[in-house]
Design a protein around this ligand. Structure first.
Ligand SMILES: O=C(CO)[C@H](O)[C@H](O)COP(=O)(O)O
Length: 224
């Protein structure tokens, strides 16, 4: 298994001082910046777009930016995010007219590509595209808001997707997003996740390093 990655969701960051806050969380030991894009159409909330991604790059953020598109339609915003410095772009298959085409568009834009499955979205969306995926993101809450509780049935789904990835032989990250905390991250890792999005658990605390260190300590028990 590859090293575990911790990806703070900036949905819970301080938007009034975003560059500083993202810098702080990276200096505290985070691996990747998780960038939640919501359109008030596919999901009932409205957040940030390519200009903010570009602003983070201009501020000097060099870590990978993992753009989670909760938008419909998907395709027309992809080149803008690639130009703005996105490293990974993931999207929800039911929000795309042509999933294979959208994956190719992301790759042609120079980014890594991934599919996101909501808690009730079936795994069959992964059929026939495993060879084009760098990331599979399983939502462990319904998308739209931070601070929700982890849906326990995600654990079984993670185990199923872990097996699919291992059986496929492809190099695909298994990401989980929603309700990830210090007290459940080990169980989530044991079920097969290797990339952990956590928003409120990190940003709603005064000491980002302390939380990330605690998460890594929990994960070490799985790596051992
Ligand atoms: O995509 C998301 C919501 O749609 C967020 O990334 C996710 O909910 C993370 O927030 P928290 O860790 O607070 O649950």
């Amino acid at each position: 298994m590859r090293p575990f990655l911790i990806a703070p969701s900036i949905l819970s960051a301080d938007f009034a001082r975003l560059g500083e806050d993202v810098d702080a969380v990276l200096n505290a030991g985070a691996d990747v910046v998780h960038f939640d894009v919501m359109d008030n159409h596919y999901v009932p909330n409205l957040t940030i777009g390519p200009m903010v991604c570009q602003a983070l790059r201009n501020y000097g953020i060099t870590a990978d930016i993992d753009v989670h598109l909760m938008v419909k339609p998907v395709d027309r915003i992809i080149p803008d995010f690639a130009k703005a410095g996105a490293s990974i772009i993931t999207f929800h298959p039911e929000a795309s007219e042509h999933v294979d085409r959208t994956l190719q568009l992301i790759k042609e834009s120079g980014c890594k590509a991934g599919l996101v499955l909501n808690p009730a979205t079936p795994l069959h969306y992964l059929d026939h595209v495993m060879d084009k995926l760098d990331v599979i993101l399983l939502m462990s809450v319904n998308p739209g808001f931070g601070g929700q509780s982890f849906i326990p049935t995600t654990l079984d789904k993670l185990r199923q997707v872990r097996k699919l990835i291992d059986d496929s032989g492809y190099d695909i990250r298994l990401q989980v997003d929603g309700g990830v905390k210090v007290d459940n991250i080990a169980e989530i890792a044991a079920a097969g996740a290797d990339m952990f999005v956590a928003g409120s658990a990190i940003f709603n605390t005064p000491d980002y390093k302390a939380v990330i260190d605690e998460m890594r300590a929990e994960l070490a028990s799985i790596e051992a």
